[in-house]
Design a binder for this molecule. Structure first.
Ligand code: ZN
Length: 316
């Protein structure tokens, strides 16, 4: 059965007397509510699966694995910051119509609410795929919250890719082989990336990374680094003067050469800290959004990050 929009339902029988049409409308509404009126499995006009993603890393996975069989909408605009995202009514509408919503519960409360209230046909909460850890001692406010930044660990990200692939295969079994093949290729890339991080960070003069916000806990843990975040789990957590003083001390005692800032959040505090301590300021991108996805993607940014880390830590 072809997919019928609400609009086409309204105008599908102009010749029928009003009372009958009204009754039909009530029946259609009741059947839709009870789930008996089966709509097509594939929701977009051209037959592709309609996938919404909370922010860039999940949109990237859906595009890489779904290929031509999916139409992906990233709820966080390119260049915008995903923490505390607000959704427009049209974005909430997109969630309600989606064949699949990919999100991480706890990272974007507006997306959590839109998924809970609007019931897309399927939803994948990536926090159920990878165990979220409490990285503790993050300085300000959220010292004991679950850290959402799992996508920065290529090993965890590969597990999420696997879950996205499984979900796409379940929803659209006709294209399962394609999803499987694309996920295998991506898995190979992520394994190579992990191997390059291991090798690239194995012999370094320093381990401490001063970051703009506490986004690199999983990455630090995976590769034996120590994260010293200026802000907490969200970039807009303001650091206190006492916290900044503590980081200044640490920069001196540990011989830190670089204070990292981000592409999306304001670099002001990081730059000031770098200037005050006579260190360099450099970009370490938490990949929470990408300004121009035609020029950069998850893999290229992860490689830029590795180069930045190797340079800051004096790795051979
Ligand atoms: Zn973050």
């Amino acid at each position: 059965m072809p997919f019928r929009t609400a609009e086409s339902r309204r105008r599908f029988r102009p010749g029928v007397p009003a009372r009958v049409a009204g009754l039909v409308a009530v029946l259609v509404a009741a059947l839709t509510l009870s789930g008996c009126l089966k709509q097509s499995d594939q929701h977009t006009a051209d037959g592709r699966l309609d996938v919404v993603a909370g922010f860039y890393p999940f949109a990237y996975l859906a595009e890489q694995i779904g290929g031509d069989h999916v139409a992906v909408r990233n709820l966080t605009k390119p260049g915008a910051e995903p923490h505390d995202l607000e959704l427009t009514p049209s974005q909430v509408g997109a969630v309600s119509k989606a064949d699949l919503a990919i999100y991480e519960k706890g990272l974007q409360p507006a997306v959590d609410a839109a998924v809970a209230q609007n019931k897309p046909k399927a939803a994948l909460d990536t926090a159920t795929v990878v165990h979220l850890e409490d990285h503790g001692d993050l300085g300000e406010g959220d010292a004991h919250s679950a850290d959402p930044h799992v996508w920065l660990d290529p090993v965890d990200f590969a597990k999420i890719a696997d879950a996205v692939s499984a979900e796409l295969q379940r929803i659209d079994p006709a294209h399962a082989a394609d999803f499987q093949a694309k996920q295998s290729a991506l898995d190979g890339e992520l394994r190579t990336l992990d191997a390059d991080y291991r090798a690239g960070l194995a012999h370094c003069q320093r381990q401490d990374i001063v970051t703009s916000h506490a986004a690199f806990g999983y990455l630090a843990e995976r590769y034996g680094l120590v994260q010293v975040p200026i802000a907490g789990l969200s970039p807009d957590d303001e650091p206190s003067a006492a916290h900044l003083a503590k980081i200044q001390d640490l920069i001196k005692t540990k011989g830190v050469t670089t204070v990292f800032f981000e592409t999306l959040a304001s670099p002001k505090t990081a730059r000031t800290l770098a200037a005050d301590t006579g260190t360099k300021a450099a970009v370490l991108d938490p990949i929470e959004g990408v300004k121009d996805p035609s020029k950069q993607d998850y893999l290229s940014i992860m490689r830029d990050n590795l180069a930045a880390l190797r340079s800051a830590l004096g790795c051979s």
